[in-house]
Design a protein around this ligand. Structure first.
Ligand code: FAD
Ligand code: NAG
Ligand code: NAG
Ligand code: NAG
Length: 667
């Protein structure tokens, strides 16, 4: 209190040094917090003195732990490699896990002493089922490259005996060729993939571990010393992969490059292969399966983008997500305007939808209002004034975004699709945003997306994550092409973070995208680590999200007589309402699982109310009369025509009579 009083008396000139001083005082504190090398976001386990021993004692998996010190320069430099490694072997976690422990944290001084850590970083590995007195084995190799450490992990796993073998870890030793050959023509309930390779090669074992988190496929390795085996299968060069299908047929696996990532990705995408789920997820699936109205599965091609997804997304966005806001004003209104601008100008949609978006934009731009009741916007989106050729379907029709259960995929998937399409369109048609105030800005689409996600996207946690990513690196985007790549990269980061999460659809496992089957040229390998060829990725994205690759299949017909104009509720069409309220889930395509988990905060009540309230149909008349109510104009026009004609006849008749009278006077 006293301090603020004094500041008030000070001249402005004194204020700045004082503020600076304050900043300097605050900064070091923030610096220390920022110096933590690893965060909860990283795909590894952060251990402390409280958790280390308990974690290791009789653990069902092996562990590789880096004891580091946050002040050691080496450790800081090495942390990106360690994180990359942890991400690379995330699917191995039922066999071996990656951890870190910060010995510079005073809480951990004692435990680091107890474990005899003298230098940083120290790498220790711990076998599965180790006892509490085990302080691990130190890795002393000079080479700490990712690939070396990954291979070390494989070796270490193989050093387990039959007794302490991690329960979740599949066998890693070579299979006998006779066992494999006996699979020929055999019908089973799973695929068997065989990697044929050199004894020293790690590809086979790495693919085995990559697929251990998946059901429906078993991977084995066979050494290329088994000549007769290779001849029998017709294999001449290694590494090669051979696939036995559940129906008894078999053939050489058809991948573009003989690399670990290509083999693993191929197998993960086989029909029927899916990620194993934790017990809670299984419970969930069993619980909801009974009551599901089984939607007809729509066949689709994953190399295409579906207009039906994006239109359904826009429908949900305008009529449900935004409808939970009673009025838009200030920052929110500006975000909404920019969003409509970007979509109206860039969305390569059908004419009826684009016309709706453009009309909405025109209306927003011509209105000098500071706040707009959302009902007015809804009236327009629902085409209350019956402008012809303007229509946005009221059906949720997911195609490329179909989920295997109604609560999976859907809306968030369509939102990604929409924004990828918009960034690509912006880069293909750089003039499209001319005269909107958004031209010249390579970040126009991304900033709009960011603000939309922050203000309106129902999944609050998603918004926070996205905001954090944007804050970190959005500024570095300098061109429209870089914007396309930025969104791709961030989406892949989200995919990798969510792999194996509850919200993942087991039939659509989260992978790094585009997968090798979609774009083989996008993938390369450097020193055993998968890398992207970003030029190829950019070219692929620009093709994939171009209007030529958008399929109109499954879009609902837009004949005007289908317009539910008389809809009293101005919200969802009646056949959707039961779905929307079913089981208390917020809406089809929302994600109730996550809602429970992370507090997805679409104010459901509000959105329902917004739909149920009978709307004063005059709102749009008052607000948007001048630019909008075309039908009224036509009516007025017709009316004035008739009026003029009437006047004309009236005067003619009168003038005739008058003439007659006048003439009479003179006759
Ligand atoms: C901004 C944003 C943030 C999110 N954050 C979270 C979160 O923090 N937690 C959470 O649980 N859920 C989050 N979600 C939802 C989540 O990302 C998925 O959208 C949802 O789980 C549905 O997944 P999906 O399998 O349909 O694929 P999606 O990830 O939705 O992808 C949709 C389609 O885009 C294509 N695609 C995939 N990857 C890429 C790429 N890298 N570049 C270009 N195209 C690609 C594929 O064709 C894919 O089918 C977020 C969604 C959005 C829009
Ligand atoms: C270790 O865990 C296994 C199961 O994971 C259990 O059967 C065994 O008894 C445990 N051993 C000890 C010493 O706790
Ligand atoms: C595996 O065991 C052998 C023999 O005990 C040992 O020499 C080797 O260092 C171990 N390798 C690893 C990675 O633990
Ligand atoms: C076995 O399955 C494959 C694809 O899964 C299919 O192409 C093939 O025709 C099937 N063969 C038989 C005999 O069913």
């Amino acid at each position: 209190m006293a301090a603020s009083g004094r500041v008030a008396i000070w001249q402005p000139g004194f204020l700045w040094p004082a503020l600076l001083l304050l900043l300097l005082l605050v900064m070091p504190l923030r610096g220390v917090r920022g110096a933590r090398l690893y965060s909860e976001e990283d795909p590894l386990t952060i251990l402390t003195s409280d958790t280390l021993k308990e974690t290791l004692r009789n653990s069902s998996t092996a562990w590789l732990i880096q004891f580091y010190s946050s002040w050691c320069g080496h450790c800081i430099q090495y942390s990106p490699t360690w994180k990359a490694l942890a991400g690379d072997v995330k699917d191995w976690e039922q066999a071996i896990r990656i951890g870190v422990l910060d010995c510079a944290h005073e809480k951990n001084f004692e435990i680091c002493k107890e474990f005899g850590i003298h230098f940083y970083p120290t790498f220790r590995y711990f076998k599965a089922h180790s006892s509490s007195s085990d302080i691990g084995k130190t890795y002393r190799g000079a080479d700490r490259e990712l690939q070396t450490v990954r291979q070390l992990m494989v070796n270490f796993l193989q050093n387990h005996t039959r007794d302490d073998w991690p329960a979740g870890c599949p066998p890693l030793e070579p299979a006998r060729s006779a066992d494999i050959l006996s699979l020929m023509g055999l019908k089973t309930d799973h695929y068997t993939a065989v990697i044929i390779e050199d004894e020293d090669s790690y590809v086979g074992r790495e693919v085995i571990l990559d697929l251990m988190a998946y059901d429906g496929v078993i991977v084995r390795r066979v050494l290329n010393t088994e000549r007769t085996f290779m001849e029998k299968l017709g294999i001449s060069s290694v590494p090669a992969a051979y696939l036995f299908r559940p129906n008894g047929t078999h053939k050489l696996m058809d991948v573009q490059k003989s690399l670990r990532f290509f083999f693993s990705s191929f197998l993960k995408l086989l029909p029927g292969v899916r990620r194993k789920q934790g017990p809670s997820a299984l419970e969930n699936a069993g619980g909801s399966r009974g009551q599901d109205s089984v939607e007809v599965w729509k066949e689709f091609d994953k190399s295409k983008v579906y207009m039906a997804d994006m239109e359904s997304g826009l429908h949900y966005l305008f009529r449900v997500e935004l409808a939970s806001h009673q009025t838009l004003e200030g920052e929110e209104l500006k975000t909404f305007k920019d969003f409509v601008t970007v979509v109206a100008k860039l969305f390569p949609g059908r004419q009826s939808v684009v016309k709706l978006l453009e009309t909405l934009l025109e209306w927003l731009v011509s209105l000098p209002l500071e706040r707009i009741p959302y009902d007015a916007i809804l009236d327009l989106v629902n085409n209350k004034m019956r402008i012809s050729g303007m229509f946005l379907s009221e059906k949720l029709q997911w195609v490329g975004c179909q989920g295997s259960r109604p609560e999976l995929r859907g809306y968030p998937c369509s939102l990604w699709t929409l924004f990828h399409t918009l960034t690509v369109q912006a880069s293909l048609r750089p003039d499209a945003l001319a005269n909107t105030g958004l031209e010249e800005d390579p970040l126009a689409v991304l900033q709009t997306m960011r603000r939309y996600i922050r203000s309106f996207f129902g999944c609050r946690e998603c918004g926070q994550h996205f905001e954090a990513m944007a804050k970190e690196s959005l500024e570095q985007v300098k061109s429209l092409d870089e914007a396309v790549l930025w969104l791709w990269r961030k989406h892949n980061q989200v995919n990798s973070r969510l792999a194996g999460a509850l919200s993942e659809d087991p039939h659509f496992p989260k992978t790094q995208w585009p997968t090798p089957d979609l774009c083989p040229a996008c993938h390369e390998e450097q020193e055993g680590l998968h890398v992207w060829n970003e030029n190829k990725v950019l070219a692929f994205l620009k093709q994939h999200y171009s209007s030529g690759n958008i399929s109109p299949k499954y879009t609902s017909s837009n004949s005007p007589d289908m317009l539910p104009i008389q809809d009293k509720n101005a919200g969802l069409s009646s056949d959707e309402k039961p779905q929307g309220n079913q089981g208390g889930s917020l809406a089809p395509g929302g994600f109730p699982t996550r809602e429970r988990q992370h507090g997805l905060d679409v104010p459901r009540e509000a959105s329902v109310n917004a739909r149920k309230e009978p709307k004063p149909s005059m709102t749009f008349l008052v607000l948007g009369f001048s630019s909008l109510d075309m039908s009224l104009c036509v009516l007025l026009y017709a009316f004035s025509c008739v009026f003029l004609m009437l006047m004309f006849f009236f005067f003619r008749i009168r003038s005739k009579r008058w003439k007659v009278r006048y003439n009479r006077l003179y006759v």
